[in-house]
Design a protein around this ligand. Structure first.
Ligand SMILES: NC(=O)c1ccc[n+]([C@@H]2O[C@H](COP(=O)([O-])OP(=O)(O)OC[C@H]3O[C@@H](n4cnc5c(N)ncnc54)[C@H](OP(=O)(O)O)[C@@H]3O)[C@@H](O)[C@H]2O)c1
Length: 261
């Protein structure tokens, strides 16, 4: 399958939750970590989330650092990334920040039956495309469409259903996990992933590439090393920050202590 090199990024509590059950967003990160995620965003072509995250958090998903935006613009890219959302029902508010912020295009991937109504809903949203991803909607369709749009590096920022979908489908090449030093302990709160059959299971564990401390946040980076994984080939020569790698993978250290943090 022709697909982008795909990096999953998530912040979790010590007990694996990615939010609490309150209407407010739980802060699981700190400024250093946000800045590093911003650097990661700046090196990608598109950012993808699920409709649940757009409805709950109303995120902007922009590149925040002016220097990184300038660098992207100087490279002939947009300041922000293409934003993609998986929304089987097609039911999202075109007035959400996701759609009305950023200087790059937005794509809504719906199920086939929801597509006509969703297309109508976004008719007056310039820069937003609605794509029929099939019935049921298929991740292969989504990833092939992003690849056709020139997306070579995709950053996936949640939530639970979307992370589970990418991981169980075996299309997550890298995982960046930031762990906050507290517990949530509420069974009704969302976790990083739900149940499923994960190709990166005990028989084929991911490779731990890097562990670092950002204040009280622990950041771990894993790479999928399944045999024949197209992501391995797609990533050859670069790490998650888009930096050139040596054969010993030492560029992860270079990325961790890079000049722009
Ligand atoms: N800590 C973090 O790093 C972090 C990051 C992001 C989000 N979060 C949290 O995650 C929670 C949201 O997670 P969630 O699991 O409820 O929502 P989600 O994963 O963001 O989105 C789920 C939605 O995606 C759509 N979907 C799923 N599979 C699809 C497919 N194959 N094709 C098209 N659409 C598909 C469905 O949309 P429809 O409903 O339209 O059918 C589904 O309801 C929030 O609490 C948020 O704060 C945390």
């Amino acid at each position: 399958m022709d697909r982008p090199y795909t990096i999953l990024s998530c912040a979790v509590s010590l007990d694996g939750y990615i939010d609490d059950a309150s209407p407010d967003r739980l802060r699981l990160s700190n400024d250093e970590d946000f800045d590093e995620v911003d650097a990661l965003r700046a090196e990608c072509d598109a950012i993808l989330v699920g409709a649940g995250t757009v409805r709950k958090d109303n995120p902007r998903l922009l590149v925040r650092s002016p220097a990184r935006r300038e660098r992207r613009l100087a490279e002939g890219r947009t300041g922000d990334l293409v934003k993609a959302v998986l929304c089987e029902s097609g039911k999202l508010d075109p007035g959400a920040r996701f759609f009305v912020t950023g200087d790059a295009g937005k794509v809504v991937y719906t199920g086939a039956s929801a597509y006509p109504a969703a297309e109508q809903r976004f008719l007056d949203s310039p820069g937003t495309s609605v794509v029929d991803a099939g019935d049921p909607p298929a991740l292969e369709v989504v990833l092939a469409d992003l690849a056709r749009r020139g997306v070579k590096r995709l950053l996936v920022e949640g939530g639970t259903h979307v992370h589970t979908l990418f991981l169980t489908s075996g299309v997550a090449d890298e995982l960046r996990l930031a762990v906050a030093p507290f517990f949530v302990g509420d069974a009704t709160a969302p976790r990083f992933t739900g149940p499923g059959v994960f190709p990166d299971g005990p028989g084929s564990p991911m490779r731990l590439e890097d562990v670092r401390r950002l204040g009280e946040i622990a950041v771990m980076r894993y790479r999928s090393v399944r045999a024949g994984d197209p992501g391995e080939a797609a990533s050859a020569g670069t790490d998650a920050q888009g930096l050139e790698t040596g054969t010993d993978g030492g560029a992860f250290d270079a990325a961790a202590h890079g000049t722009d943090r």
